[in-house]
Design a binder for this molecule. Structure first.
Ligand SMILES: [Zn+2]
Length: 93
């Protein structure tokens, strides 16, 4: 099998529990989501699973830490993360 997607895989049962945890709404903007449209950006009701606490901050894959977010909020959240600047800029001339 070839894995091209870095997104963690959730089985249908877990996805349903995450989805029902917020009554099928985005946990950020409360937009109505469609369970079957998980990970299908660009269509109505598409959503992603978000970790409230990122794994690098000690967050885990427990249900309490997983919330459904519409793809728009998910993207904004991802973009809101501070960029990682290395110690070296390497641009001295
Ligand atoms: Zn949203």
């Amino acid at each position: 099998m070839i894995k091209t997607d870095k997104r963690p895989q959730y089985d249908a049962h877990t996805l349903r529990r995450i989805y029902l945890g917020t009554d099928g709404c985005c946990h950020i903007c409360r937009r109505k989501l469609i369970l079957e449209h998980y990970a299908r950006p660009g269509i109505e009701g598409a959503w992603e699973v978000e970790r409230l606490v990122p794994s690098q901050d000690g967050g885990n894959a427990h249900m309490d830490n997983l919330k459904p977010a519409c793809t728009l909020c998910s993207l904004e959240h991802g973009a809101a993360r501070p960029p990682q600047f290395g110690a070296k800029t390497g641009s001295a001339r």
